[in-house]
Write a protein that binds this ligand. Structure first.
Ligand SMILES: [Zn+2]
Length: 186
């Protein structure tokens, strides 16, 4: 297993729609890739990570939801499609590609998603709460959309100079170089 560098805001791969995965073509390499992604997400205590966030043009993401400090739900979604949505809910959101930045984002309260799991089997997910939010956040990544794109125009304008400044700092951040001490703490 290996830690992968997480692409940050401003890196072009985050702005591009990812390619649909041909499961048979990737199944041999998938276990190692997913192990890397889970290890990387765990290192930085994330709740979700898309393949393009680690530099791969693939319609694939992982989600790990914690409840009371314990991992309670772990899921891999390949070629996910949103089939139903209902309600709206605003809540604070962050992103591993925007370290330390949080903003209130309005999303659907409930979603139904169809995807393949890590074994290539079709799954249907009915989600609400933080799980529904994580699914929408990750599927947005796979479409080249980041969470700040979802903010109202005025918030986006206010955030622009802040992002320009942070972008320079984030560019230099490399998760593969985090010290073992930092790893133990996270
Ligand atoms: Zn994100």
């Amino acid at each position: 297993m290996a830690i992968r560098r997480i692409c940050k805001y401003g890196e072009k791969i985050l702005e591009k729609k990812t390619k649909k995965v041909n499961f048979d073509e990737v199944k041999k390499d998938l276990p190692a890739l997913l192990a890397d992604m889970y290890e990387t997400m765990d290192l930085v205590a994330g709740a979700g990570l898309s393949a393009n966030q680690v530099g791969l043009d693939m319609r694939l993401a992982i989600i790990l939801i914690h409840r009371d400090g314990e991992p309670s739900l772990k899921i891999t979604i390949i070629n996910p499609e949103l089939v139903e949505r209902s309600g709206t809910l605003s809540a604070e959101e962050g992103c591993l590609s925007f370290p330390g930045l949080f903003a209130k984002v309005r999303r659907s309260a409930k979603v139904k998603v169809r995807a393949l799991n890590e074994k290539g089997l079709p799954i249907e997910i009915n989600a609400e709460g933080i799980f529904a939010r994580a699914l929408q956040h990750e599927m947005d990544h796979l479409d080249g959309v980041v969470f700040t794109d979802r903010l109202p125009l005025l918030s986006r304008l206010k955030l622009k100079p802040v992002l320009m400044r942070l972008k320079r700092r984030w560019k230099k951040m490399d998760e593969t170089k985090l010290s073992p001490k930092r790893r133990a703490l996270s």
